[in-house]
Design a protein around this ligand. Structure first.
Ligand code: GSH
Length: 211
């Protein structure tokens, strides 16, 4: 059975949880608490030398890290990964945008504000991160003025990748009211059959066969 090493507060962990829910795949969910050092133990580093969740462990014990690589792996052959060459490349384009321009600003601002006692250095960097986050939201707003989805004509893993931290961006000090097309897209993603919320994330076996 697939096993997902995850943390219930993590948007990066939510990405595969959301896709697995849409796919109706059974998996075992293991909660890992980085604040207790559980991502840096020798056992965990053997699964991901980069010491971060999410990690997907396959039936043969192969471990796959990086949320967007996990999405790409799981979506193969499903409607959430376009079949055509350009559609796949556009999907990846938005997933790389998420990792370079969106997550390091929006997720990091949220993490600092919500889950940590900020250090002086983090407090000093926060306005720059928030400015970078607003720039990323503006890029999304512009795209959504012309298209309902990221990466193609239908919802794809690019939408899951971007949804994870956009829908909680207010927790990082972002006002989503400034981005009406982003707000409409968030509602569109959330109303799709198979959607699950980020919290509370279930523990143990999820989507059991016949369950
Ligand atoms: N680029 C990675 C980022 C993963 C990441 O930053 N994970 C955080 C939780 S959201 C983590 O495990 N941090 C624990 C640590 O740094 O020890 C991905 O998309 O999976």
């Amino acid at each position: 059975m697939l096993r997902l090493y995850d943390n219930h507060l993590s948007g990066n962990g939510y990405k595969p949880r959301l896709l697995l829910a849409h796919l109706g795949r059974t998996y075992e969910r293991i909660e890992v608490d980085s604040l207790k050092g559980e991502t840096r133990t020798p056992e965990f580093l053997a699964r991901n030398p980069n010491g971060r969740i999410p990690v997907l462990e396959l039936d043969d014990s192969t471990c796959l890290a990086e949320s967007n690589a996990i999405l790409f792996y799981l979506a193969e052959g499903s409607p959430f990964l376009p079949a055509d060459r350009l559609g796949r490349a556009l999907t990846l384009q938005w997933m790389f945008f998420e990792q370079y321009s969106h997550e390091p600003n929006i997720a990091v601002a949220r993490h600092w504000i919500q889950h940590l006692e900020m250090t002086e250095s983090q407090r000093a960097q926060l306005p720059d991160r928030q400015e970078g986050g607003r720039a990323a939201l503006a890029v999304m707003e512009r795209h959504l003025g012309e298209s309902d989805w990221f990466g193609g004509d239908a919802m794809s893993i690019a939408d899951f990748a971007l949804y994870a931290y956009t829908h909680v961006a207010d927790e990082g000090g972002f006002d989503l009211g400034d981005y009406p097309a982003v707000g409409a897209w968030l509602a569109r993603v959330a109303e799709q059959p198979g959607h699950v919320p980020m919290n509370p994330a279930p523990e143990g076996i999820v989507n059991p066969v016949g369950g």
